[in-house]
Structure formats: C-alpha cells, structure tokens
Design a protein around this ligand. Structure first.
Ligand SMILES: Nc1ncnc2c1ncn2[C@@H]1O[C@H](COP(=O)(O)OP(=O)(O)OP(=O)(O)O)[C@@H](O)[C@H]1O
Ligand SMILES: [Mg+2]
Length: 374
C-alpha cells in the first residue's frame, strides 16, 4: 500500500511544529435529556495512535461517530487537516472507520466488502483492483478474497473490516473496539500487528476501547472519558503515574486508596498521616486540599507498597487476607486496622495468610493525594 509519506506530511504543511491533523473543538452531543458527549476538546497530531478509553456509556462511540460524520454534534466543531468538516457527510471527510460489530455485508465476498468504500466514492477499474489487493495483503487475507464473509472466523472478519477501512487510504482511521470479539490470544496478536501496521503506514488513528491493558499496549496517548467528559489526555506512563483524579487512577491499573490527613505541605508535596505514627509523603493532585489537617485520599499502586515486619518503623499494620503468586511478583491482599483493603506487591519480606505484617511505602514511590470523598 502506498499510503506512507504523504499522509504523515499532509498535516505538517507549513512546517515547524506539527499541526493537529484532527481537532475536536468543544464537541458535544445531546440525545434529549442525555448528554452523551460534553464539550470534548482534543488535538491529534498526524501519525499518532490515540485511544479513547472509558467505561460503558461514557460517550466513546458517540465521539467517534461525530469524527466520522455519522452523528452530528449539537455543539462544537470537528476539524480534519485544518478544515472544518462539522457539516460534511462521512464520505467527504477522509476518514475510515472500523465499526464495533464489523458491519460487513454478509451477501458480499471479502473482495467486494473491501472494495466497497472505494466504489462508493465512485472509483472504478485498475485503481480499485490495486487498492483492494494491497489492503488484503496487509491483513494477510488474499487467499480469502472470494469467500463470503459469513464463512470466515471472527478474527478473519475483523481483518476484513480493517482492510475495508484501510483500502481508501484515509489519513484518519477510526476504530471502535475492533478487537472485542476476538479470543485472548488472537486479540493480543492482532493488537500488536495493528499497531505495527498503522505505524508503518504513518496513519493517524483514534481507537476506542474500555480495556485499559489494550489501551496501554497500543497507544501513543490515551484520552480518558467519564460521563461524556474528557478527564485526562496523556501518554500511558503519564496517566498511570500521575492521574489527575481518583477516577483516572482507578480506571488505569490497580489503585489502592486510603484516607489520610495532611500534616505539612511543601510546594506540591505533603507529609500525610495514614495511621497513628505512620506518615507517608505524597504529591498533591490539583483537586487536593492543601492545608494542614485537611482530609485527603491517598492513592498508591500495589508496586508502591511493600511488606515489612509488623513493628517496622513507619509501617502500616495489616493482616494478610491472601497471597497470590503471579510469576514475576507475589501480591498480598491486606486488611488494615483502619479498614481499607490494600493490594501490596511483595518484596523480600514474605508473610502468610492470617499473619500480621507491616506495609511500607517503597522509597522511590510517589503516592498521590486527592480530595477526600464528599
Ligand atoms: N441514538 C441515541 N439515542 C439516545 N441515546 C443515545 C444514543 N446513542 C448513544 N446514546 C447514549 O449516549 C451515551 C453514550 O453512548 P456511547 O454509545 O457513546 O457510549 P460508549 O462509551 O461507546 O459505551 P460502550 O462502551 O458501552 O460502547 C449513553 O448514555 C447512551 O445511552
Ligand atoms: Mg461504544
């Protein structure tokens, strides 16, 4: 496929810093009283793989459909390559879309399905032939070109849907949970191939999923949504390490929360008391109160905590509920005296269910303090 360079460079016209290929400008969508998408602003540079991540019903599909033109925003604008496409129909937008349920035509064979987008744009002849052949080659489906799609496995149908979206070589590819119907092994393999393929072609992609692991594996950046609103946009590392709020923290990986009181503040760092005589240092999130004595919620990842002897200084006493060996590490589910259950990644100190042990903060760890729950 000769997609490559022109796509990546198209949005850079003018030189200098790369201009966003795709831009959402305070885009919103209401359905009656339901606010499905609430003022989402987002810029996606050319060549980026961006994932929209969030729980069911948070507005991911609606956002994607507004980018594609299948849904009209009730507020805001959509820009592609600097052009306002808000009022344009899907076929005039230069985007390809892979629908969650594939939306293939069962009465057509693989070849005709892949050719569909090109033909519906009025293309005919050798150009279509070449584009379909290339797209089928990319997803390794040439031998199946004349099969009816009903006679394909779920994974093969997924590849047909992908080839159909790729064939017209759209500068922007939209993918709505395209891997959700694959079994775990195929899903992982397709995921890796998909990323490699899009990177090789220099395509810009917006990928929708509610699966955090998938988002981590695929994305240059992740945009986390909740109840129609964008919560945070950033690299997987940034989102995992510095989530802006408790929702993002708990949606991306395991998060332990424990109530604490601010002792003293130094810039955006604070010493927080988590139990009598136990003080841990944390970074204050933007929404955290800053005064001494303020109640906060401390968030620590399992690997930020470790086990120690019960009488270790500055350790939180807790009882081992269970222990789970996970190959590279062992995880302990711990019940603290104050109540909250914590998941702790074990270190050199070991313990058995029923034992009382200490939980320490790993030296390099950076817990985050958020506003206490109302
Ligand atoms: N055509 C419609 N009419 C009325 N409400 C709708 C319509 N489409 C979506 N909604 C509502 O808008 C909200 C967002 O829906 P959307 O399909 O965008 O969520 P999603 O994040 O894709 O969820 P999922 O992960 O379950 O696919 C939901 O509350 C949904 O019920
Ligand atoms: Mg959806």
């Amino acid at each position: 496929m000769t997609v490559s360079a022109p796509i990546a460079s198209r949005a850079d016209a003018g030189g200098g810093t790369p201009q966003a290929l795709l831009r959402l400008d305070a885009v919103g969508r209401r359905f009656g009283d339901t606010v499905a998408v609430d003022g989402v602003s987002l810029e996606v540079p050319a060549g980026e793989f961006l994932t929209l991540l969030g729980p069911s019903g948070c507005g991911k599909t609606t956002t994607l459909r507004m980018i594609a033109g299948f849904e009209h925003p009730t507020s805001g604008r959509v820009l592609i390559g600097g052009r306002d496409v808000t009022a344009l129909p899907p076929q005039k937008r230069d985007v390809g879309m892979v629908f969650q349920n594939y939306a293939l035509f069962p009465h057509l064979d693989v070849w005709e399905n892949v050719a569909f987008g090109l033909k519906s744009r009025g293309e005919r002849g050798a150009g279509v032939e070449a584009a379909v052949t290339r797209a089928l080659g990319l997803v390794e489906l040439e031998p199946y070109a004349r099969r009816k799609v009903q006679a394909l496995s779920g994974g093969q149908q997924q590849r047909v849907a992908l080839a159909r979206a790729l064939a017209p070589e759209p500068p922007v590819l939209l993918l709505d949970e395209p891997l959700s119907n694959l079994d775990a092994a195929l899903r992982e393999r397709t995921r890796d191939e998909l990323r490699a393929l899009l990177k090789r072609l220099g395509m810009t992609a917006v990928f929708v999923t509610h699966d955090q692991e998938e988002a981590f594996a695929l994305s240059d950046r992740i945009a986390v949504m909740d109840r129609g609103r964008l919560q945070q946009v950033g690299s997987p590392e940034a989102l995992y390490g510095a989530p802006v709020n408790a929702f993002v923290a708990s949606f991306l990986g395991r998060a332990n929360f424990l109530p604490a009181t601010v002792d003293s503040v130094d810039g955006d760092r604070a010493a927080c008391t988590v139990a009598a005589g136990v003080t841990w240092r944390a970074r204050l999130a933007a929404d955290s109160p800053r005064g001494a004595g303020a109640r906060v919620r401390l968030m620590a990842r399992p690997e930020a905590l470790t086990l120690a002897a019960a009488d270790e200084p500055n350790a939180l006493r807790a009882r081992v509920l269970d222990r789970r060996f996970a190959g590279a590490a062992t995880f302990y589910r711990m019940e603290t005296e104050a109540g909250p259950e914590l998941l702790v990644q074990g270190g050199p100190h070991t313990a058995s269910p029923g034992d009382v042990a200490g939980i320490c903060l790993v030296e390099s760890a950076q817990p985050v303090a958020y506003a206490a729950e109302p």
